[in-house]
Design a protein. Structure first.
Length: 206
């Protein structure tokens, strides 16, 4: 398992084990067939964990088109201060007009000690969806530090190294062979810690 996949799995397991409620902004976990426009069968283990632990899992989205549990705007979340156990925000901040305000809102509504898991892209292709969301931003590691500077604890994990990112953006990214070779070359050539990455997973505690 790649280190970024391991990071994601560890943090998701921590959230769904330690917290009783989770709000998934944008449904980025892709674990619900009924409440989102995409479903990822490889993440069924998350839904199984949520059910086994009795976690109240809800999806929030600004549009009611895909039947979210809550219709709301990340810039003005419909929750009181210090009210939420955990928030997931995967591949959302690049699509919002004001990501700084959005992260401030996430922090506002989290309880003290509340958990937040985000993913933001850096070197990634344009991916707006007409009639649903635009594509505004990309985030360097320094932008990530700025976004989450007011949290008490922040861990960030880069996704892919420089070579893996280049392969992912090219037609070779469709080949598992080239993807694995790129991962190996990133390690061999010490490109795994490069600033030229696909994006960052961020685990923050209020």
């Amino acid at each position: 398992m790649a280190q970024w996949d391991d990071f994601f799995k560890q943090k998701i397991t921590k959230i769904f084990t330690e917290k009783k409620s989770v709000v998934d902004i944008g449904g980025g976990l892709r674990i619900s067939k009924e409440k989102g426009n995409r479903y990822d069968a490889s993440r069924k283990w998350i839904l199984d964990l949520a059910r086994a632990r009795g976690v109240d899992y809800k999806i929030l989205d600004p549009s009611d088109a895909y039947h979210p549990d809550i219709v709301g705007d990340i810039h003005n979340l419909p929750f009181g201060d210090d009210s939420q156990d955990a928030i997931i925000c995967v591949a959302v901040l690049e699509h919002v007009e004001d990501p700084m305000r959005a992260v401030r809102e996430i922090r506002r509504v989290l309880k003290p000690g509340g958990h937040c898991l985000c993913y933001v892209p850096f070197l990634y292709y344009f991916h707006a969806e007409k009639g649903y969301y635009h594509d505004y931003w990309r985030f360097t590691k320094e932008a990530v530090d700025l976004l989450f500077k007011d949290f008490s604890s922040v861990e960030k994990q880069s996704v892919r190294g420089a070579i893996g990112t280049w392969i992912h953006l090219s037609p070779l990214g469709r080949s598992k062979f080239f993807v694995k070779m790129a991962e190996w070359m990133d390690v061999l050539l010490k490109k795994s810690d490069s600033a030229q990455v696909s994006g960052y997973s961020v685990f923050a505690i209020k």
